[in-house]
Design a protein around this ligand. Sequence first.
Ligand code: ZN
Length: 144
Amino acid sequence: MTQPFREIQKERICPCGSGLSYGSCCRPRGIKWGTNAEGSLVKQIKLSDDTAEMLEEHLKQLEQDLGRPLQDDDLLFPELAAMDEDELTATIIKHLTGAGIDTAFIYAFQQTGLLITEENQERVPNADRSLWDQAVADYRAMQN
Ligand SMILES: [Zn+2]
């Protein structure tokens, strides 16, 4: 699970598509862009304390179920990996609807594949944010 990550230079144009330099765009908001062991561009987002705690619990439970320590090629969310994309989308929408989420946000999720909340919006790249805002605006326009 540990892979060499090389952060891109601060002066570089930010990969999120904002047109700003990385050092004044995603980096100060806790989104790290860099290359992985295969040389592909990836982003790392710092987890909030709550999320990190939940993830740690989840991994402990997984090791217990397996009866052994996790290995590099273990799937961390086997129940999600077993679903195809449509099932996954349907499952997420069911949870969102059940949680009483604004239908405009559910629409935006279907359109963009993103899920932007008040909690994570500061860590979302600007370009993704624009896509999301546009989808929400489109939905509101359709309702009028
Ligand atoms: Zn950026």
